[in-house]
Each structure stands twice: as C-alpha cells, then as structure tokens.
Write a protein that binds this ligand. Structure first.
Ligand code: B12
Length: 145
C-alpha cells in the first residue's frame, strides 16, 4: 500500500514548534511518511521542499500572529511554481490573529487558497478526522488506478 507523504513546517519568523511536533506524531501514528522542516521556515524553503518531496499533504503552522505576509508569499509561489498535478492539499492552523477570537482571519487565509484552515483549535480532533478522510481517499485512489 502506498504511504501518504506529509510535509510540515512552521512558517516565517515563527519559533513555536510544539504543535508542529505533535502534528508530525499524529501523522506518523497513522502510517504517513513525514518530512518536517520545523520552525522558522521561509516560504522559499517550503516551495523547494514541495518540489523535491512531492508530498500529498502540506501542513503549515503559524502561531505568533504575524504569519499572514509569509503565508501570502507561500500561496502565490505555489500557484506560480508548482504544477497543478503536483500541488499537495495545503492545510494551515494556529493562532491566526492576536487578541480576542476573530473568525474573519480564517476567511482571509482561505482566500489565499489554503484548502483547510484551523483557527486556534482547542485540540487535534477535527484535524485527526480530516487526516483519516484524506488518507482513505488517497490510498483508495492509489489502489484503484
Ligand atoms: C511556549 C510559548 C513560547 C516559547 C516557544 C518555544 C518553542 N520553541 O516552541 C517561546 C518562549 C520561545 C515563545 C516566544 C514567543 N511567543 Co509564545 N507562546 C508560548 C505559549 C505559552 C505556548 C505555545 C505552545 O506550545 N502551545 C502548545 C501547542 C500544542 O498549542 P498551540 O501552539 O497553540 O497549537 C494549537 C493550535 O494552534 C493547533 N495548531 C497549530 N498549528 C497547526 C497547524 C495545523 C495544520 C493544525 C490542524 C493545527 C495547528 O494545534 C494546537 C491544538 O491545540 C503560547 C501561549 C499559549 N498558552 O498558547 C505563547 C504564544 C503563542 N506566544 C506568543 C508570542 C507573542 C510570542 C513572542 C512574539 C513573544 C515576544 N514578544 O518575544 C515570541 C515569538 C517569537 C517568534 N519569533 O515567533 C503569543 C502569540 C500571539 C497570538 N498569535 O495571539 C502567545 C499566544 C501568548 C499570548 N497569549 O500572547 N513562546
């Protein structure tokens, strides 16, 4: 059976790495192969890693509330440099804003082209069930082609 490949990163000048490590563990527990770029990863490095590793899923974390400009660069560069056939599903999560909960920030990131956005989730439950879904879809597709 083909293993689902997941690329992870914490974008830009962001040093918070705990959620990134936990996401990595969750993916590996489910049998995925992971490549983890860790914290402080500029958009250019993510693009290079997408081109080199051709992941099925890219998980982007942004925690310090300053992630929008780098996320915007990342998605513009994905559109410009990654052929549609090799574009992974791209999910972003974390603290998308500073201060009180603000749902409009989630829409701002969706508008950049992220496929799923998890705005300050309390736990990994929704992520884990979405991950199970995408693993099922990708492994079913690989087995039937
Ligand atoms: C530990 C910590 C630090 C450590 C980080 C150590 C390390 N290397 O990881 C240190 C001390 C270095 C630090 C520094 C800073 N920090 Co800090 N830090 C924290 C703290 C206390 C805990 C973060 C943590 O690890 N949580 C545990 C993990 C599991 O949870 P999480 O990161 O919140 O992630 C959850 C979700 O967001 C989600 N998630 C995250 N990414 C993704 C991705 C996907 C795809 C999905 C599905 C889900 C997901 O997963 C978790 C589910 O519960 C938080 C406050 C808090 N209580 O949350 C502040 C906090 C994140 N820090 C903050 C700030 C401002 C800073 C600094 C800018 C402070 C400063 N002025 O220097 C610097 C950042 C410098 C930089 N360049 O980034 C702010 C961010 C502001 C905001 N966005 O609202 C917070 C919220 C504190 C606050 N209340 O103001 N910090």
């Amino acid at each position: 059976m083909n293993q689902v490949k997941v690329l992870l990163c914490v974008l830009g000048n962001d040093i918070h790495v705990v959620a990134n490590r936990m996401l990595d563990l969750i993916c590996r527990e489910r049998g995925c192969v992971t490549v983890n770029l860790g914290a402080l990863t500029p958009a250019d490095e993510v693009i290079e890693a997408v081109a080199d590793n051709r992941p099925d899923l890219l998980l982007v974390s942004t925690l310090n509330g300053q992630g929008y400009p780098e996320a915007s660069r990342l998605m513009a560069s994905i559109k410009e440099n990654i052929q549609a056939a090799y574009r992974p599903a791209i999910w972003l999560g974390g603290n998308l804003f500073v201060g009180d909960y603000n749902d409009s920030e989630k829409q701002r990131y969706l508008d950049l082209g992220f496929d799923k956005v998890y705005s300050r989730p309390r736990n990994f439950n929704k992520f884990s069930s979405d991950l199970d879904d995408i693993i099922n879809i990708l492994t079913f597709t690989a087995e039937t082609v």
